[in-house]
Design a protein around this ligand. Structure first.
Ligand code: WT7
Length: 645
């Protein structure tokens, strides 16, 4: 079965784009018609981006459905014996697992019943903190099947980060593993959860999957084993688990992401629009053909895994490869070995992974058969030209289109990207908006910048002027925060937080990076304020300021300027101590790459830190600091430049 909405030519794209702007309701409802509904909608779209309660966005109002009936049940007759998930373990010597649509459906139903047995009900929040094992996808889908709201927390986050998220979402249930394998490391997930739950007395049940056989302590009445709970349901004779009938706008999940303030936001995604948007963009961006093997290297702990390992591919009935490990273990050829082994047709990965593998040379590439590859994808940060060309030449052998996909946790799915085999690609450009996406480039004064003429380029802040089905609806527990963060800067428009450039010759967009105080470290979003808060928790620290600087592999590195109570006797030990604090408060991903101890920070007379100056210093551009005359004490800048304490 081909996809009736698949874009095959440039003319198809232009036609779809035009229709999506002129008649968005007609455009999206035709696509929605190809899905399975318990009841169809009364109204396609209702929206308001500018009122006091903005955003108000409702897609397919009145419709009733369950997303797992679309991701699983409806494929049983047509492709029940086709793999849904091919799971590749961390250790290449362990056997891989294949779950067909029938098997995945069965396992999701069983675990859904186990969740119900443990008291999980529609609307409850369930925190999922697991490694990349098939049971993670099963847990996510089981929540969706019974109408519980999942909140997946990436396995690299600290106990405190888990606790903050559990408390913010008032989650009563946690699903975890004894441990997770990542390269040569074993991460003791259950023990991290135990530390987190000291602060979360309301958590009623913790379901623990066995993966690493790491010893764990189980709390009586609270902690249960996944395997036991499954057995209990199975002895009941595996009753089927009918899917809960959900409203189109019922919350499907919450996923926390960093912003420019200290506290992560719970981005709220709802059911029907998200389902249609992830499936539509999956099929079109990757030019997915039925039966092809698709491999996204992300972790389900991030939005990329939610939308393009689980929901989008399964809604499209695709074969989705899920990988437990890391690209560099046991060696830098692991991803290519997986491509070779499973005859992968599409690989979707991150520039930071490409750059780190590039550094290991071609020896790990040349002995692999990569001839199954047809489409390459990139996500998470701008892909630099060197990485783009390496990917193109050595992995795609110059015959696979590269789709540089720009999007965000908040957008639910890809917004600006080439369409594989259709759009002419251009390195470092995400190229054109997908159908349904209406970008606007804004200047500092809040005015929209007109489209550039041929031979001209414009740049400014990137906004979206019209709703799309996959967009966030709110931030959990604080709708006003959602309005302020995304709809206040440019009234009536969604502000992305990214800067962009547009080329008048082809109309292509190039994303230039965040314009707020958010860093992008190895494709992960890290708020500078969050890292500063963590550093400041260290007993010896008085104040700190964190900025990003260009990093060869990570894209951006974290540079921390730190004022301590007294001059550290042993700066290296003090640095180590601060790193440990950050790892404990946020997680290892937020650890600064450089820590410079300073006596003072450049501040304006009103006490604001001038990050512009610190960024220049971190980048090593000492000569070009710009105007420093408005500083309270311009002397601190010279001290910092000279590394003086
Ligand atoms: C931020 C969103 C969306 C999945 C992964 C990250 C940056 C993302 C690109 C790209 C340039 C990109 C943006 C964006 N970003 N993709 N193709 N080109 N920049 O999701 O953690 O929500 O981060 O990542 O700055 O705002 P996220």
């Amino acid at each position: 079965m081909a996809y009736p909405y698949q874009i095959k030519t440039q003319a198809d794209y232009e036609k779809a784009y035009k229709k999506s702007v002129e008649d968005p309701e007609g455009f999206w409802s035709a696509i929605a018609d190809t899905f399975y509904w318990r009841k169809k909608w009364d109204k396609v779209l209702e929206w308001d981006f500018s009122g006091p309660d903005a955003p108000q966005v409702k897609w397919f109002q009145g419709a009733r459905l369950n997303i797992t009936e679309n991701c699983l049940d409806r494929h049983l007759d047509t492709r029940g014996d086709q793999p849904a998930i091919i799971w590749e373990p961390n250790d290449p010597d362990e056997h891989h697992r294949v779950l067909t649509y029938k098997q995945l459906h069965q396992k999701v139903c069983i675990f859904s019943n186990a969740l119900k047995n443990n008291g999980v009900k529609k609307g409850d929040r369930v925190c999922i903190y697991m490694g990349m094992v098939p049971e993670l996808a099963i847990a996510v889908l089981a929540c969706a099947r019974i109408g519980a709201i999942h909140s997946v927390v990436f396995g690299g986050f600290s106990a405190k980060s888990i606790a903050d998220r559990i408390l913010d979402a008032s989650a009563d249930f946690v699903i975890t593993c004894d441990g997770a394998y990542r390269g040569n490391k074993v991460i003791p997930l259950k023990s991290v959860v135990d530390d987190a739950l000291v602060q979360c007395p309301d958590v009623k049940k913790v379901i623990v999957l066995t993966r690493t056989h790491t010893p764990v302590s189980m709390i009586k009445g609270r902690d249960v084993w996944w395997e036991d709970e499954i057995k209990k349901v199975e002895t009941l004779g595996n009753p089927p688990c009918p899917a809960e009938e959900m409203d189109a706008e019922d919350t499907l999940y919450v996923l926390y992401t960093s912003g420019s303030t200290g506290k992560p936001k719970g981005v709220v995604h709802t059911t029907a629009g998200y389902m249609i948007y992830t499936a539509y963009t999956f099929v079109n961006v990757f030019n997915y053909q039925p039966g092809e093997v698709y491999f996204c290297t992300a972790d389900i702990g991030w939005v990329t895994g939610h939308s393009y390992i689980v929901y989008g591919p399964l809604a499209a009935g695709a074969v989705s490869v899920m990988f437990e490990g890391v690209p560099t273990w046991p060696n830098a050829g692991r991803l290519w070995e997986i491509v070779d082994k499973h005859k992968v047709n599409t690989i979707y990965t991150a520039p930071t992974a490409i750059r780190s593998l590039m550094a290991h040379g071609l020896g790990f590439v040349e002995d692999k058969d990569l001839s199954s590859l047809r489409v390459l994808g990139s996500v998470g940060e701008p892909i630099n030209e060197e990485a783009w060309h390496w990917f193109d030449e050595h992995i795609g052998k110059k015959r696979c289109p590269i789709v540089d996909t720009w999007w965000q946790t908040e957008t639910g799915g890809i917004l600006i990207s080439p369409i594989a085999t259709v759009t002419h690609t251009k390195p470092s450009y995400a190229t054109l908006p997908l159908p349904g996406i209406q970008p606007a480039i804004m200047d500092e004064k809040g005015q929209e910048i007109p489209a550039p003429q041929k031979g001209e380029q414009v740049s400014g802040n990137l906004c979206i002027r019209f709703p799309w089905p996959g967009m966030l609806r709110s931030t959990w527990g604080d709708h006003e925060r959602c309005r302020k963060t995304y709809f206040d800067a440019y009234p009536g428009k969604y502000f992305t937080g990214d800067g962009c450039l547009r080329d008048g010759d082809d109309g292509y967009y190039r994303i230039t990076g965040r314009v707020d105080d958010v860093l992008n470290v190895s494709g992960h979003r890290i708020g500078t304020a969050e890292v500063e808060n963590a550093i400041n928790m260290h007993a010896d620290v008085v104040e700190s300021a964190v900025v990003g600087y260009p990093h060869d592999i990570k894209g951006q590195g974290v540079y921390a300027f730190v004022i301590t109570e007294k001059e550290p006797d042993n700066p290296n030990l003090a640095r180590k101590d601060i790193l440990e604090t950050v790892a404990r408060i946020i997680g290892p991903i937020a650890k600064p790459d450089k820590i410079q101890f300073v006596k003072g920070l450049p501040k304006t007379r009103s006490g604001k830190i001038m990050r512009r100056i610190l960024r220049k210093i971190a980048e090593g551009e000492m000569e070009n600091l710009g105007d420093t005359t408005t500083l309270l004490d311009p002397g601190v800048v010279d001290d910092i430049k000279q590394g003086k304490l």
